[in-house]
Design a protein around this ligand. Structure first.
Ligand code: NAP
Length: 284
């Protein structure tokens, strides 16, 4: 089964849109997302544009604050503090990476945790790890929704997460532990990755290595979620592939996400969902 992330993302956006329509009928203030973009990183500019378009499409207020890469950390922190106080802004997202002279953690820690729709603030990270309600980072949340759409009860399953980043691997671990999976986390120093992969009923690949996971690594009937986005040269032009060798793995897996069209579309839909959640939390 190929898991159609576009379809799930479309359904989630439609649900968000209908809830915002209802809010618009009753309230003056509607959910608002502000993205902070520093510098002129081309990929970041594209991500931000897509986030803004998607937010508008569901009827949210959406704005982008753009700054030169020379902006000081203190100035950026002042901007975040102002957004924390702005009642029209429910979600604040700082597009990463920030320039090297800025400590990303210091800026992220300035965001009011109630508006931290990326789920990177230590309060949200901590709440997720102790099982309290929190904002969950958008990509692992998208993976989780896709996974649950394939199999509702994950209890007792062996899950292998390849990658231990704060963005993907670690929050994914928490989500799967909450589902009573037996979770193994692999990283660049892990030995016998192929062997570990063969034991797993669920494989989440969030590595950033093109086609790392091969067909003979995967147990028959496994569910494989591919987070990777890797640009490779293919027949003279560039192509996006995941961390999973799709063609060989699809022959073994029960279900697999393609790249593109799998996890990617879910990330933005989950950002909108988190912004709506922030609005509801703030106004409840
Ligand atoms: P990251 O911060 O670079 O983390 C990569 C992780 O993979 C690290 O934990 C690293 O181990 C581990 N690793 C590297 N080489 C490995 C190997 N050969 N074997 C096993 N583990 C290895 O990356 P990230 O931000 O989590 O992103 C991962 C991928 O997801 C990237 O391709 C990124 O573009 C993509 N991504 C996609 C979305 C989406 O919306 N679909 C969103 C975000 C990111 P160490 O900790 O030991 O270094």
């Amino acid at each position: 089964m190929i898991i159609d992330g576009k379809k799930f993302a479309k359904a989630l956006r439609a649900k968000i849109k209908s809830q915002i329509l209802k809010i618009k009928k009753r309230k003056k203030l509607i959910p608002g997302l502000t993205v902070i973009l520093v510098g002129d990183h081309p990929a970041s500019a594209i991500y931000v544009k897509n986030k803004q378009l998607s937010a508008k499409e569901v009827g949210m207020n959406s704005s982008v604050l753009r700054f030169k890469s020379s902006i000081s950390q203190q100035k950026l922190i002042t901007v975040v503090k102002k957004l924390n106080k702005n009642p029209r802004v429910h979600g604040i997202l700082i597009q990463l990476p920030l320039p090297k002279h800025i400590n990303s953690n210091s800026v992220i820690e300035t965001i009011n945790p109630l508006k931290d729709v990326d789920g990177f603030h230590a309060t949200n990270v901590g709440n997720l790890s102790i099982g309290k309600d929190s904002f969950v980072p958008c990509t692992p949340l998208g993976c989780y929704i896709l996974l649950k759409s394939i199999k509702k009860n994950l209890s007792g399953l062996n899950a292998l997460i390849i990658g231990r980043s704060n963005l993907n691997g670690k929050p994914m671990t928490q989500l799967l532990l909450k589902e009573d999976c037996t979770v193994t986390i692999a990283h660049s120093k892990t030995k016998n990755l192929k062997h570990l992969c063969r034991q797993a009923a669920i494989v989440i690949a969030a590595v950033g290595r093109a086609k790392l996971v091969k067909g003979d690594w995967v147990k028959r009937g496994a569910i494989v979620i591919d987070v990777g986005i890797n640009r490779i040269n293919f027949k003279g032009s560039s192509k996006i592939v995941g961390d999973v060798d799709f063609e060989s793995v699809r022959k073994k897996a029960y279900a697999i996400t393609p790249v593109p069209g799998g996890v990617g579309p879910m990330t933005i839909a989950c950002l909108l969902n988190n912004t709506l959640k922030a609005y509801k939390n703030i106004h409840s």
